[in-house]
Ligand binder design. Structure first.
Ligand code: OGA
Ligand code: ZN
Length: 366
């Protein structure tokens, strides 16, 4: 990708394709102290107040800078690197390639907590790992004083819900969710009834004295791709039918409608929702419901199959951070008489991980 000049016009060339850069686009990006506030990087002028037909009077290109004088008398020097960065989107987490995985994934990457961890290059590596695999495990995270809140707020901001700022996962009397029992939890995504669904779940192990209670994960992206390839009709109907997910307790009724497999504008994988205790399909034609039920059964078979699930035991101090739009998680059953099993959980959203990742990338020039 490169910048070229021709007759007082700026062009960018990418893989043989040459396109003119709109003069207004460049005019909006002028820098210098009187145009952009140094500390906040926010504009000190309002581009909507400029004349629309801004023209370029003169141009100069060197290896590092593009110097422009506009017909309203403004002169600026733009760094070529900044322009190319913006044109190539390389800064976008969307371009971190997802690594599909199944039960053959044996080696899990652990990232060890240390002083100044949240500002360390190791955190950058952990976040890349998170975007590649949809999860990451941290070790040696302090287990006292609800440190999970500190952890979440050091990456970004905790996402509070009606379960509180964070929640304690242990078996307790009169539970309002099956998570608070010693029953097994089949692979599921959390809170599909919320709008928006929490992006990322954090589970921090405080105590784990039982033999069972293994943590399980399934890559919803891998399963979706498999379904698309081998059972296209099932894939299609699950991307089309909006299902009602609900949560009801004494103080709140939460409901949202969405597809079990949600695609983005390009038709690519965006999000899965799966919680077969909470989903209610609308009444549709019998044939269509027939297909829907077969599709749900098939995807459930995949999600629950040994081929896709990994199982591991969280040790006290381990903290699992997973993408709740991509992965399913669960646990095996345990016997509460064997000892304590105590996890703390909370949610954060993508702006937290994305903001931190970009900050560290900038800081370490990565
Ligand atoms: C949850 C959950 C898993 C576990 O609380 O959402 O799925 O390991 N817990 O107890
Ligand atoms: Zn859960």
């Amino acid at each position: 990708m490169k910048i070229e000049l021709e007759n007082n016009k700026v062009f960018f060339e990418n893989e043989g394709l040459k396109k003119e850069v709109h003069p207004f686009w460049l005019r909006e990006r002028i820098n210098g102290e009187s145009f952009v506030d140094k500390a906040t990087r926010q504009r000190l002028f309002d581009p909507t107040e400029l004349e629309k037909n801004i023209q370029i009077n003169s141009l100069k290109l060197s290896s590092k800078y593009l110097e422009i004088t506009f017909n309203d008398g403004v002169h600026t020097k733009l760094a070529i690197q900044d322009i190319l960065k913006e044109l190539s989107n390389i800064n976008d987490v969307k371009y971190i390639k997802k690594i599909k995985w199944d039960s053959s994934l044996k080696k899990l990457n652990y990232f060890k907590y240390k002083d100044n961890f949240f500002e360390d290059e190791e955190m950058y590596k952990a976040l890349i790992n998170f975007y590649e695999y949809g999860f990451v495990i941290f070790r040696n995270i302090p287990t006292k004083n609800n440190f999970i809140v500190n952890f979440a707020n050091s990456i970004g901001s905790i996402r509070r819900t009606n379960f509180g700022e964070f929640f304690n996962v242990k078996s307790k009397p009169n539970p309002n969710d099956l998570a608070y029992t010693s029953l097994p939890l089949a692979p599921h995504t959390d809170n599909p009834y919320r709008n928006p669904v929490p992006c990322i779940q954090i589970l921090h192990c405080i105590e784990n004295e039982v033999n069972g209670g293994l943590s399980t994960l399934v890559d919803g992206f891998t399963v979706t791709e498999k379904l698309k390839k081998e059972f296209y009709d099932y894939f299609k109907i699950l991307t089309e039918v909006k299902v009602r997910f609900q949560f009801i307790d004494q103080s709140v009724v939460l409901e949202d409608w969405s597809e079990m497999i949600q695609l983005d504008e390009q038709g690519e994988f965006k999000q899965v929702r799966f919680s077969p205790r909470l989903d209610f399909v609308p009444l549709m034609d019998k044939e269509k419901l027939d297909l829907y039920y077969s599709a749900r059964k098939k995807i459930s078979e995949f999600y629950n199959s040994d081929n896709y699930r990994i199982e591991f035991k969280l040790q006290p101090g381990d903290l699992l951070m997973m993408d709740n739009h991509r992965l399913l998680h669960g646990r095996t059953t345990y016997d509460a008489n064997e000892g304590n099993r105590f996890l703390q959980g909370c949610y954060i959203d993508y702006d937290s991980t994305e903001g931190k990742l970009k900050h560290l990338k900038r800081k370490f020039n990565l």
